[in-house]
Design a protein around this ligand. Structure first.
Ligand code: OGA
Ligand code: MN
Length: 197
């Protein structure tokens, strides 16, 4: 797993977001995909909720994905990805004077017709999530499949297709974003680099 962290840091520092196609090899994607789908088939995912504490609830008018948090033991490609993220966290702390202390990651699966309405990745009042990281696991994704990540950059919508192996990072608090309705099952590994909350 290469990946030029200096370029990522530079992009985050200047424009606040970056999309890197083909971040992972096909075999690594296939492995992560198989791992996620096996757990999904076993019923290990749970319907994603919105809000926190006593306000936490499933709202299918807002989001329709199911998630599974990565927990130990994490193995194979997922483990390598976590190790890479830990390195990136270190470099971001050093270069951008952030105080990231941990990563939280989940698989997210949107069924056909799924979406996630416009939002910001932090619970109201909380700002522990500093950097959003999304790795897409959708082989042979086509324009007609929809499901784009729409990032609002200076109010302008910027659509990013969720193609296998593409890695997207953005500053969590800076960008409103949404997931447009997907016509195919849509899978990703999504997480956040966090500061102490
Ligand atoms: C999220 C999210 C975007 C995507 O899970 O908070 O906005 O492209 N995901 O999956
Ligand atoms: Mn989000």
């Amino acid at each position: 797993m290469l990946k030029d962290k200096a370029e990522i840091v530079e992009a985050l520092a200047t424009q606040g977001w970056v999309a890197i196609p083909n971040f992972l090899e096909d075999e690594e994607i296939a492995e992560l995909r198989a791992q996620a789908l096996e757990k999904y088939a076993k019923g290990e995912f749970t319907q994603a909720s919105v809000g926190q504490g006593s306000h936490k609830a499933v709202h299918t008018a807002i989001r329709r994905d199911a998630v599974l948090w990565l927990e130990e033991p994490v193995i194979g490609a997922a483990k390598e990805f976590l190790a890479w993220l830990a390195d990136l966290q270190f470099v971001l702390n050093q270069e951008l004077f952030l105080s990231l202390v941990e990563a939280e990651i989940h698989f997210a699966l949107y069924p056909q017709g799924g979406f996630y309405r416009k939002h910001i990745d932090n619970f109201r009042g909380g700002s522990a999530r500093l950097v959003t990281v999304i790795l897409y696991l959708n082989e042979q994704w086509q324009a007609k499949d929809g499901g784009e990540l729409r990032l609002y950059v200076d109010e302008q919508p910027l659509d990013i297709a969720p193609e296998a192996g593409k890695l997207v990072l953005f500053l969590s608090e800076r960008f409103e974003h949404e997931v447009l309705a997907t016509q195919q099952e849509r899978l990703s590994l999504t997480g956040w680099l966090r500061r102490r909350s």
